[in-house]
Design a protein around this ligand. Sequence first.
Ligand SMILES: Nc1ncnc2c1ncn2[C@@H]1O[C@H](COP(=O)(O)OP(=O)(O)OP(=O)(O)O)[C@@H](O)[C@H]1O
Ligand SMILES: [Mg+2]
Length: 271
Amino acid sequence: MERIKDAISKARQSQTQSGLNKSLSPSRPRRPAPDVESEKIAYSETTVTELDTKQLSSNRIITFDSEDPDSVAFDVLRTQVLAKMDENGWNTLAITSPSPECGKTVVALNLALSIAKQTDKTALAVDFDLKRPRIADYLGLKPKASLFDYLEHDLEVKDILINPGFPRLVVLPNTVPVKNSAETLTSRRVKSLVHDLKSRYESRIVIYDLPPLMAGDDAIAFMPQVDCVLLVVASGETKPIEVKEARRQIQSTNLLGVVLNKSSERQTHYY
Ligand SMILES: Nc1ncnc2c1ncn2[C@@H]1O[C@H](COP(=O)(O)OP(=O)(O)OP(=O)(O)O)[C@@H](O)[C@H]1O
Ligand SMILES: [Mg+2]
């Protein structure tokens, strides 16, 4: 545990040294999000699907419930993430980890829901773990079409986006593993999709759930297409050497921070 904390603290230090605040190329003017101008959002093109909150909780997706004590940690994470992103004019965030099963998908979905609770933002969670897509499963979604169909059958983006019943949250799920995943993530079609998702709405934060760095070159290959990255490590599982190697691999991307997940330390006080 101490060793993980040391590794994280070193990662944070070197993140500051490597210029977290360096600006990206000037962002293009984007449309103000029509969907954040009023509390009541009407989705005209996006499919709306109500979710089973019990199933969400059993999959550790809990930030829809502000009373859940664990949602506070995600709200704090959201505030820190948004502060850094706003400061730098960033709106796209990748989530990855050194090794598998650190909790990336759980963090990505909870963070997206937490962001969507804020009335001045919308969140879009994109399943770009093309080998092991899980977002649809975790949310209990059974979409008729998903990213796979967009890639293989020339569907339009609006045909695969889903609003899972929470205002200001949209999901781009995938239900079928995609072959040649790293090549796909750097293909012209995906680049154009990423560009479209980034530039369509001014107040939208796009979160890409990626595979782990150790599982191949997908995450590294995709990284140049996002503004910044959040690294998820699992307490008691991720080794310091893995954190170090992960930092090396993503050194040319803006590291927003490291999330220590699966910690057994509990918040025992009200504040
Ligand atoms: N904070 C946590 N405490 C306990 N278990 C957790 C926590 N976060 C996630 N898990 C569990 O760990 C497992 C892996 O979670 P998740 O699928 O989010 O990880 P992942 O990093 O996305 O995995 P993969 O590398 O396969 O994409 C799941 O069973 C999930 O419920
Ligand atoms: Mg995952």
